[in-house]
Design a protein. Sequence first.
Length: 324
Amino acid sequence: MRGRFIYGALGVVLTIVTLVTGSYGIHPDNRQSYELALNLQTQVDELAFPKFRLQDYPVRCFDGTYDYVFSSQDGEVHMEKQDPVLGIIAGTAYEVDGIYQVIIPTIDKFHALMSVMDTVSGIQKETFTFGEQEFGKEEQATVIWHEATHAWQFTNYEKQILNRMKKGKADEASTDLSREIDENAKVVTLYQQEMDCLLQAVNAKSIDAKISCVLKYKKIEEQRRSLLSEEILTMEEYYESVEGIAYYVESKVYEMLNGRAAYEENYLMPIGQYSNGTHKYYSMGMAKCLLLDELSKNWKSSYDYSISLTQLLYETYGVDSFTN
């Protein structure tokens, strides 16, 4: 079995949550959340990712003791109680018996995780779009679609994605990203400028204005790239494409459930906000997906993760692409 841990950097806090939180069992809200996510399939189809169906990927909700596995067959929702695959609080796509499955905590365990994060130093709440008090069935549905995107990505493009992870030395990325980027004031300043450009581009009303912002972004991005190692650049491109696309799907599902105003507040406005760690790549990748949508509704049908979203953006907007 092979998987990627979206919240793997939480370290010891995962064990703490598993050991000290609450009673065990699955609340009906979790089933309702899965059904809510399933019912969005037709709307998600409009995002135009080829052959992306939630029902292809079982969803395992871990309650601290067991996995409750939800699946959909012939229009009926089924739930089966099983021994846990991972046994920790995590959000991920993980291969089980040859099929990628979604693994998420139950809604109440997510609350517990957020509570523990308040008391453990070194854990970044920016990793999560949602706060403890506002996480419910609708937010769980967006998490399901985020992780299902990863299941779909690895089912269809595993070779390309793993190749990029290998080139970027993924097992060393967390420490290196922090040292080369978050602790480098010049790089942080350039990144903030890039994020400002992306926010301006997303908010621009005309294509010409968007192109102008992309050109400005490219100039700043080239300066920042010259300061970083190839391994770090490759890892950044991995996060932007794999996580950025999943975050784009998550954001669109959130908009479907909560409306435009809430979507803008929780997803669009933060595009211009720098944060340590990897979460900034989620926002930047999402922004690039939105910009690609403006000029090429069909870009998802041919994108195979062999190039970065940035390179695809430059090509789509008529800007000379950089060489990886």
